[in-house]
Every structure is written in structure tokens, then in C-alpha cells.
Design a protein around this ligand. Structure first.
Ligand SMILES: [Ca+2]
Length: 300
């Protein structure tokens, strides 16, 4: 009799184990944060949503996952180097996670998608890993559309709010690496010493103009060159007073305007123009030798 009871108990135990295992497996393959099994742009399955993980698309662009969250956008009135268009500092909620390319779009990537040489003033043919510069906002958007069509996923420019959220990576300091200008040579390629010693704004970072992408340390999200190297287009129209009107959730800029936002500063900028909160705009048809872009890949 005892033996029969033991057999029944063992059977129940095995059944419970199978049920729990099945339940766990269905949970991790479901949709939502922490899921496994999103469709890889190249057609494979990939594991996500660890902010420290990196995924790669069909043309070897690497992306980091930026989780949803909230942050204080803009700068406080007493921030060193601040401009009026960075205020009022305000709470912004990013309601959806997204992937962001960990580097600025390179010349090689731009060529792979568009098949054209953007005619870059400072790019030599053997400098494929330099960021693609002299790209108009329209051409950056075209790049996103072509890549989206090729892969069946949605690529686009980041909104200005997404860009600053990703740049700060949880920090509230002037830069994602802290407040000190003197740390720049480690973290970013900005204006190099020399030009005018009296200005005392230059740094010996090893590059007088653009540097190959990812030559400096990344921020906490694993994104490289969010400060310096080359300005990056955002999708928003630029509005100097937009922050006083901006909605709380997923702001995407004024309804219209004459300039599109660029962020991050470039190789010819002093530290104050490479701060996380720094804003600037250019007409969307301008092709400028210190403006390029990086892209967002939408989460399905
Ligand atoms: Ca430099």
C-alpha cells in the first residue's frame, strides 16, 4: 500500500514540475518588457531587453535597448554654460522602450543603405568608420526609410526627448560622465587645443576633426559619442520656447518650424555645446560638415 502511495506522490510531483516549467517558458516568450523572442531585423531571433545587451542588424549596425522611464529634460538655471532655450527644466516620460544605434551612422553604413557617396567634405575613401557628415535632415530621414523598407522594421530619427534621455542615461550632471570639462579627453572628441590658446577651451583628445566612431568611452546605456564628434539630427522641429509648452509624455517638438533639432555638439565645439541639455537647430536641407545622425529602431 505504502509503495502505491509513494508512486502516486511521485507522479503528482512530476506533473507539478512540468506545469511550472511550461508556465515559466510561456511567460518569457510573451510580449512586454523582459520578453525573449523579438524578431531580429536580419530575420533571426534575438534575446533582449537587457540595457547592457547589443543587437546587430543586417548591415552590422549595433543597437542598445533604451528602456522606458522618466527624466528631467533641460538644464537648471545655475548650470554652467547653459542657454535660455534649455529651460524650463521639466519632467518628461518616455512611455516606450526603443533601440538606439550605439554609434553615429558611419560612412560605410550610409553607403550600404543609400548606395551613394554623400560627398563628404572631410571624409576620405579609406575612412569608412568615420561618422557620415554633411548629411541633410532630409537625407537622414531617407536613410531611415530605405533601411526600414529593406528590413521590414521601423527605423527613424530619435525625438529630441528620446535623444536627451538616452544621452543622460540616468545622470543629472552636465555630461553623462559628470560635470568636469577636464574629463572630456577620455569621453569625447571635441574642439582640440590650439586654435586660440587665449580661449582655453581646447583639449588634447587626439583628433583635430572627426574620430572613428566608438573611439571614446560609452555612456551607461552603452552609447558612444553622445557628446562631441558630430552633431546628430533629431526628428523635431526646433523651438526655442518649446519647453514651456512641452507635454509630459513623449514630446515630439513643435508642430512646425524652420529648423530641425541637432544635439550633442561636435569636434569643433567647446564643452558647453556638448552638454546633455545643449540644443541647436539648422534648416533641414543644410548639409553641414559637422552634422550627421544616429537612428532609433522601434521596438515591435
Ligand atoms: Ca578633438
Amino acid at each position: 500500500m505504502k509503495r502505491i502511495i509513494y508512486i502516486i506522490l511521485a507522479g503528482v510531483l512530476i506533473a507539478c514540475t512540468i506545469f511550472i516549467t511550461t508556465k515559466s517558458a510561456s511567460h518569457v516568450s510573451g510580449r512586454g518588457p523582459g520578453r525573449v523572442g523579438a524578431q531580429h531585423p536580419g530575420g533571426q531571433r534575438f534575446r533582449r531587453l537587457d540595457p547592457n545587451s547589443v543587437i546587430t542588424n543586417s548591415i552590422s549596425m549595433k543597437f542598445a535597448y533604451i528602456p522606458p522611464g522618466e527624466f528631467m529634460m533641460g538644464s537648471a538655471p545655475d548650470e554652467k554654460g547653459r542657454a535660455p532655450d534649455e529651460g524650463p527644466q521639466h519632467l518628461v516620460k518616455i512611455s516606450r522602450g526603443f533601440y538606439m544605434s550605439i554609434t553615429q551612422v558611419t560612412r560605410a553604413q550610409y553607403m550600404a543603405v543609400t548606395g551613394s557617396n554623400p560627398g563628404l567634405r572631410f571624409l576620405k575613401p579609406d575612412k569608412a568608420e568615420l561618422p557620415a557628415d554633411s548629411i541633410s535632415w532630409f537625407n537622414a530621414v531617407l536613410f531611415c526609410r530605405k533601411l526600414s523598407e529593406a528590413e521590414g522594421r521601423i527605423y527613424r530619427l530619435p525625438t529630441e526627448a528620446e535623444w536627451e534621455y538616452a544621452c543622460r542615461a540616468g545622470t543629472t550632471t552636465r555630461f553623462s560622465f559628470g560635470d568636469k570639462d577636464s574629463d572630456f579627453p577620455i569621453y569625447a572628441n571635441i574642439i582640440t587645443v590650439v586654435v586660440d590658446p587665449a580661449r582655453q577651451v581646447g583639449f588634447k583628445d587626439g583628433y583635430n576633426m572627426m574620430a572613428p566612431v566608438a573611439s571614446f568611452r560609452p555612456n551607461a546605456f552603452g552609447l558612444y559619442d553622445m557628446h562631441g564628434n558630430i552633431y546628430e539630427w533629431c526628428s523635431d522641429w526646433y523651438g526655442g520656447d518649446y519647453y514651456s509648452l512641452s507635454p509630459l509624455v513623449d514630446p515630439n517638438g513643435p508642430a512646425t518650424g524652420s529648423e530641425r533639432v541637432v544635439r550633442g555638439g561636435s569636434w569643433n565645439c567647446p564643452p558647453r555645446q556638448c552638454r546633455s541639455a545643449h540644443r541647436r537647430g539648422f534648416p533641414p536641407h543644410y548639409k553641414i560638415h559637422f552634422v550627421g545622425f544616429r537612428v532609433v529602431l522601434e521596438e515591435n
